[in-house]
Design a binder for this molecule. Structure first.
Ligand code: ADP
Length: 635
C-alpha cells in the first residue's frame, strides 16, 4: 500500500463540532492547559501499553523505555507532543478523535448557556482532553501507529477544528503517537523553552513517566535535538512520603485521573504498606457532582495499579455504588500483575480492599464534617442525595452513614439540608421518644403540610424530606441512636410523646366533648365518602387546617405510593384515613349544615383540599373548581 493511500475527508460528529466551538471560545483564559491535557493522554497511552505488554512483551518492539517528548520549532511554528505508548489504528483514530462516546453528551451540551464564563466552568466538568489543542492551534496533525502493527499501518489525522478532518495511511517507524500543533499566529509566545518547561512543571510534574525536552541552546536560540533532558520528577506521586508532596501536586494528579478541570474538594492519602493488606490509596472527593452522576453508564471506580504498574481504570468493585463519586488510585502488591477484569470479581483480596477503602472514605468525610462544617456542607449539597443511598446498600456501615446525613427540618425551615441526626437528637424534648419526619414531593409541600401543625405548636422538630430517595432512605433507617424514625403522616399522633401533662388533660376533656358533638357528622361524612377512605375520624394533629389525610400505621405512605406508581410499579390501592379538625370554623359550619346537598358539597371540598395539600391529584379537578366557585358565591 502506498503512503497516503486511502485518504478520506470525514465530518466530525455534531457533538464534537459543538464542543470544539465551545473550547475555542470559552477556554481562552486558561490556554496553557492544552499541554497538560495532551501529556495526560500520552501518559494514559503509555499506561495502556505497559499493561498490554504484561501478557504480550513483543508489543515493546525492543523499546521498553516509556517516555513523553515535548519539543517546539520556532520557524515552523509548531509544538510536538510525542509518546511511545499504545498508539491507535485507523478505526480507533476515527472513533477517538472524531466522536465523543460519553453518554449524556447531548444533554450536557444542551445545558450550556452561551455565557462564556459559565460555559468554561461547565466544560471543565465535562473534560475536553484532546480537543483543547485547538485553543492554541489552528491546525492539528496526529501521526500514530498502534503497538504491534507494522510501520506501514501508521495513520495521519489532520484538522483545522472547523467541521471536518482528513485521515490517511502513512508510514510510521516507531509505535505511539505524535501530536503536532500548528500554533495560531497570536499564540506564538508558547514557542518558548522556558514557557513550556514551566507549564510542564506546574501541571504535569506528577506524571510517572519521564517528560523530556531537548536541551536549549541560548546562543543559537534553538533546541539541541540530540540532547534530551527530563523535566518532571517522573515518580508515582502516591509512593512518595506524604510530607514531601505539595497540595498543588495532589490537585494536578486529581485532574489527570479524573479528567476534571476543577480542584478536588479534599483527598485522603494512605500508605498501608507492610501491614497484612499491603496497599496505597489516594482517594479524592470532587468539588462538584459530574454532569453524568445520575446516568446509568456514569463512569465510576478507581484506577488500579499493581506494584506501580497501571492495570486498569474504573475498577468498580473497590467501592459501593453510593460512593460512586469518589475518584482515585489504589496501588497494591496483594493482587497478581496478570489480574483481569473478569477474575477480579472472585479474588478474595477484593472484599478486604473494599472494606478498607470504604473505611478510608468514611473516615475522610467524618473528619471533614468535624473540622470544617462549611466545606462538608458543600460536599453534602453536591453528593448528599447519593450518600442517602448508603444505609440501604451498606448495612455494615449504617450507623456511621446515618451520622453523615443532613436534612432540612422545621428548626431551620430552609430547603438547604444542614441538620444532622445528632443535632436533632440533642434538641429532642425530654418526653420525646421518636425522630419525626414527613415526606413530600417538594420542600414547600413538606414545609406547609397540615400534619406539622401540632408539632409546630408544641415546638417539636420534624425532618422535612423531599428528595426522591428519602422514602427509600427512611425505609432502611428504622432508628438512630435508639430512637425510631416515625412518619407524622401515618397512624395516630401519640400525644404522650409530645405534649405536657397539663395540655394532655385539657385535650382529653375537649376530645370527649367533641366526640359526642361530632358523632353524627363523622357518620354522615363516612357515608358520603364511602370507599374513597378507610376511615373518618376527628383529628388531634391539626390546629390551622380543617382536614387532612393520614395513612394507617402499617400502610404505605402516599408519597411512596406516588413514587412507585411513577416508576411504573403496580401498587395495591391503599385508602387514606380522613381526619377533621373540630375546632376549625369550616368543620363547625359543616356540623350546623342542615341541607343534605350542601353538607355533601362541603364534605367533598374538605376531602379534596386535604388531598391537594398532600400533593395528591384530584380525580376531577374541574368539578373541584366549580364546587369552590359555587360555595364562594353563596350568601
Ligand atoms: P479522554 O482522554 O477524556 O478519553 P480525549 O478527547 O482526550 O478524551 O481523547 C479521546 C481518546 O483518544 C482517548 O480516550 C484515547 O483513547 C485516544 N487518545 C488520545 N490521545 C492519545 C494518545 N496520545 N495515544 C493513544 N490514544 C490517544
Amino acid at each position: 500500500m502506498s503512503v497516503n493511500a486511502r485518504q478520506e475527508t470525514l465530518n466530525f460528529q455534531a457533538e464534537v463540532k459543538q464542543l470544539l466551538h465551545l473550547v475555542v471560545h470559552s477556554l481562552y483564559s486558561n490556554k496553557e492547559i492544552f499541554l497538560r491535557e495532551l501529556i495526560s493522554n500520552a501518559s494514559d497511552a503509555s499506561d495502556k501499553l505497559r499493561f498490554e505488554a504484561l501478557s504480550d512483551p513483543a508489543l515493546y518492539e525492543k523499546d521498553s523505555e516509556l517516555k513523553i517528548q515535548v519539543s517546539f520549532d520556532e520557524k515552523a511554528g509548531t509544538i510536538t507532543v510525542s509518546d511511545n505508548g499504545i498508539g491507535m489504528n485507523r478505526d480507533e483514530v476515527i472513533a477517538n478523535l472524531g466522536t465523543i462516546a460519553k453518554s449524556g453528551t447531548r444533554e450536557f451540551l444542551a445545558n450550556l448557556t452561551g455565557d462564556q464564563k459559565k460555559d468554561a466552568h461547565l466544560i471543565g466538568q465535562f473534560g475536553v482532553g484532546f480537543y483543547s489543542a485547538f485553543i492554541v492551534a489552528d491546525k492539528v496533525t496526529v501521526i500514530t501507529r498502534r503497538a504491534g502493527l507494522t510501520p506501514e499501518h501508521g495513520v495521519q489525522w489532520e484538522s483545522n477544528g472547523a467541521g471536518e478532518y482528513t485521515i490517511s495511511n502513512v508510514e510510521k517507524k516507531s509505535r505511539g503517537t505524535d501530536v503536532i500543533l500548528h500554533v495560531k499566529p497570536d499564540q506564538k509566545d508558547f514557542l518558548n523553552d522556558w514557557r513550556l518547561r514551566s507549564i510542564i512543571m506546574k501541571y504535569s510534574d506528577h506524571i510517572n513517566i519521564p517528560i523530556m525536552m531537548p536541551k536549549y541552546d541560548p546562543d543559537k536560540k534553538e533546541e539541541k535535538s540530540s540532547e534530551w533532558e527530563k523535566v518532571n520528577r517522573a515518580v508515582a506521586l502516591w509512593t512518595l512520603p506524604k510530607n514531601t508532596i505539595k497540595d498543588e501536586q495532589y490537585k494536578e494528579l486529581y485532574k489527570h485521573i479524573s479528567h476534571d478541570f476543577e480542584d478536588p474538594l479534599l483527598w485522603s492519602h494512605n500508605q498501608a504498606e507492610g501491614s497484612n493488606l499491603d496497599y496505597i490509596s489516594l482517594l479524592y472527593i470532587p468539588s462538584h457532582a459530574p454532569f453524568d452522576l445520575w446516568q446509568r453508564e456514569h463512569q465510576r471506580g478507581l484506577k488500579l495499579y499493581v506494584q506501580r504498574v497501571f492495570i486498569m481504570d474504573q475498577v468498580e468493585q473497590f467501592l459501593p455504588f453510593y460512593l460512586r463519586f469518589v475518584r482515585g488510585i489504589v496501588d497494591t502488591t496483594a493482587l497478581p500483575l496478570n489480574i483481569s477484569r473478569e477474575i477480579l470479581q472472585d479474588n478474595p483480596v477484593i472484599p478486604k480492599l473494599r472494606a478498607a477503602l470504604i473505611k478510608r472514605t468514611l473516615d475522610m468525610l467524618e473528619k471533614l464534617a468535624k473540622d470544617d462544617a462549611q466545606k462538608y456542607q458543600t460536599f453534602w449539597n453536591q453528593f448528599g442525595t447519593v450518600m442517602k443511598e448508603g444505609p440501604a446498600e451498606d448495612f455494615v456501615n449504617r450507623e456511621r452513614l446515618a451520622k453523615l446525613l443532613r436534612f432540612a427540618t422545621t428548626a431551620t425551615n430552609m430547603p438547604e439540608q444542614t441538620v444532622s441526626l445528632e443535632d436533632y437528637v440533642k434538641r429532642m424534648k425530654p418526653e420525646q421518644k421518636k425522630i419525626y419526619f414527613i415526606t413530600a414531593d417538594s420542600f414547600n409541600a413538606a414545609k406547609s403540610s397540615p400534619h406539622l401543625e401540632i408539632f409546630r405548636k408544641n415546638n417539636i422538630e420534624v425532618l422535612l424530606l423531599s428528595d426522591r430517595i428519602d422514602e427509600w432512605l427512611v425505609g432502611h433507617l428504622p432508628e438512630f441512636a435508639g430512637k425510631p424514625l416515625h412518619s407524622i403522616a401515618k397512624g395516630d399522633v401519640d400525644l404522650n410523646d409530645i405534649e405536657s401533662k397539663k395540655d394532655q388533660e385539657e385535650q382529653k376533656q375537649k376530645e370527649e366533648k367533641f366526640k359526642t358533638e361530632f358523632d353524627a357528622v363523622i357518620k354522615q361524612v363516612k357515608t358520603i365518602l364511602g370507599d374513597k377512605v378507610k376511615d373518618v375520624r376527628l383529628s388531634h394533629r391539626l390546629t390551622l387546617s380543617p382536614s387532612c389525610l393520614v395513612a394507617d400505621e402499617n400502610d404505605m405512605g402516599a408519597q411512596l405510593q406516588r413514587l412507585l406508581k411513577a416508576a411504573g410499579q403496580a401498587v395495591a390501592e391503599v385508602k387514606p384515613i380522613f381526619e377533621l379538625n373540630p375546632e376549625h370554623d369550616l368543620v363547625k359550619k359543616l356540623q350546623l349544615e342542615k341541607d343534605q346537598n350542601q353538607f355533601q358539597e362541603w364534605t367533598y371540598l374538605l376531602f379534596e383540599q386535604a388531598l391537594l395539600a398532600e400533593g395528591g391529584q384530584l380525580q376531577d379537578p374541574a368539578a373541584f373548581v366549580q364546587r369552590v366557585n359555587r360555595l364562594l358565591l353563596e350568601k
